[in-house]
Write a protein that binds this ligand. Sequence first.
Ligand SMILES: Nc1ncnc2c1ncn2[C@@H]1O[C@H](COP(=O)(O)OP(=O)(O)OP(=O)(O)O)[C@@H](O)[C@H]1O
Ligand SMILES: [Mg+2]
Length: 265
Amino acid sequence: MPLVCVCSPKGGVGKTTMAANLAYALARDGSKVLAIDFDVQNALRLHFGVPLSDGRGFVARSAEQYDWSQSILTTGGNIFVLPYGEVTEEQRISFENNLANEANFLPRGLGTVLNYPGLVIVADFPPGPGPALKAISALADLHLVVMMADTASLSLMPQIENHRLIGAPLNTRAGHYFILNQSDNRRSISRDVTAFMQQRLGSRLIGVVHRDESVAEANASQRSIFDFSPVSAAAFDIELISKRVISLLGISVGNGEMHTMLRSQ
Ligand SMILES: Nc1ncnc2c1ncn2[C@@H]1O[C@H](COP(=O)(O)OP(=O)(O)OP(=O)(O)O)[C@@H](O)[C@H]1O
Ligand SMILES: [Mg+2]
């Protein structure tokens, strides 16, 4: 059950887009993938064709439903989605309190999926520190920190280096790596920040993704970048990142039948 957390100290940098397309890339490679949304924006599901009007999700039911896998939606392929869901403010606060105060809350909720052999889990988080990221970090195999090639992202690097995202080093298993998103060679600030990050992060920079309109267009049409624009620069960049993730996690394909675990939705 390799578990990858996609996070960032910065909002709007492409975490959800990256989590979704990484899930698609890993599934294309032959893994069964579960994409989990820990952000109240509930946007991850939209990358997998779940209709806007479908407000189902695990957070609303997490108080009484111990096993969150019961809220998994199937997408028709090798990808499964566990949406956050549309929740009231009371439900969100109660969920966050449970995450913060009950050590067993998250391991119990995710128990079934964490124990599913070979299932690769990609989790998307809201920006900055938060109870979900903190609670899941001990279970995570890999943290991917998404940054943009701009000075705002650069100014938040100390948040990672000083362990302010979860109050501890980000990952003690496969480690934590950075993705620099929306790099644009035509802009000098983007070139400069990209070069600076490359130097500062060294091998911790797992990939640079070009700013590419087809990414936003793929999002808008609820498709993966590989399906929407397979020869785009971003598709190539994200494919490369997924290969590195596969190698870091030591993923091998040919896993058990996920469908047997899932109730039909
Ligand atoms: N490489 C890219 N090229 C062009 N546009 C991109 C790229 N990556 C992401 N975007 C666009 O940037 C916007 C923000 O992306 P996204 O919602 O994934 O960010 P986020 O970090 O998840 O935001 P939030 O902090 O609100 O959760 C979206 O409109 C998305 O289509
Ligand atoms: Mg997001």
